[in-house]
Design a protein around this ligand. Structure first.
Ligand SMILES: *Cc1c(COP(=O)(O)O)cnc(C)c1O
Length: 230
């Protein structure tokens, strides 16, 4: 299984490199987050051993369980799905980065968890770029207000923005949405709170990560492609 995972990783890294060079970037600017929500702890461990140390989960409970099962391995865990406030503390405790901060109340809960754990929680602000009502995330019009509030959260560091492309699924509309996230990044890159540095754009999944890289992604969240043919 590890050989197949290595081959899949290799081919994804090659595609990342090609998409990067196509847009005048280097692959070193882009980090692959392997999304392990489809597989068990053993396969997750195999993926880590195949060379993927940044792993993402969309459900807090699963993330906790896997991080406990794989304890001692230098895995950097990423929370990429909706997070309920009663699940914040354990998640902050075991995560490197929470991609999916989608409300001010959640941010407050993360700040309190950071205080209790004596740690700075690194987060991304999720933006609902497609404007679909079923989607989590702030609307574009709310970004300025929420970024201004971050200053008062002493145990939070905002490292960037995250989005998911809309459900329409065609690459053209995905590209427009990724470009919209990039624009928000540029708009708020300077002149923000001292604990805001929008260096990361988390965007792009198996079906659209190359498009996302062409539009400026620094973190791509790839799941299904990694496990193809296992
Ligand atoms: C499942 C998931 C992914 C990975 O999706 P694939 O299409 O399988 O690559 C990325 N981001 C989020 C938020 C997810 O829930």
């Amino acid at each position: 299984m590890i050989e197949k995972l290595k081959a899949n990783l290799n081919s994804i890294h090659q595609r990342i490199e090609m998409a990067a060079s196509k847009s005048g970037r280097t692959a070193a600017e882009i980090k692959l987050v392997g999304v392990t929500k489809y597989v068990d702890a053993e396969t997750t461990q195999n993926l880590f051993e195949a060379g993927c140390a940044d792993l993402g989960e969309s459900r807090p409970q699963v993330l906790w369980d896997k991080s406990a099962a794989l304890t001692g391995m230098p895995i950097r865990w990423h929370m990429i799905g909706h997070l309920q406030r009663n699940k914040v503390k354990r998640t902050v405790d075991c995560c490197e980065l929470i991609h999916s901060v989608d409300s001010e109340r959640l941010m407050l809960a993360i700040d309190q968890a950071g205080q209790a754990l004596q740690k700075t929680a690194h987060v991304l602000i999720e933006i609902n770029v497609s404007g679909e009502t079923a989607k989590h995330g702030f609307n574009e019009s709310e970004v300025e207000v929420i970024l201004a509030k971050v200053e008062s959260f002493k145990h939070i560091q905002v490292d960037g923005l995250m989005c998911m492309a809309g459900l329409r699924g065609d690459l053209n509309s995905a590209r427009q949405e990724f470009a919209a996230l990039k624009e928000i990044q540029m708009k708020f890159q300077s002149d923000v709170a001292s604990n805001v540095n929008l260096k990361h754009l988390s965007m792009g999944m198996s079906g659209d990560f190359e498009t996302a890289i062409e539009e400026g992604a620094t973190l791509v969240r790839v799941g299904s492609l990694l496990f193809e043919g296992l």
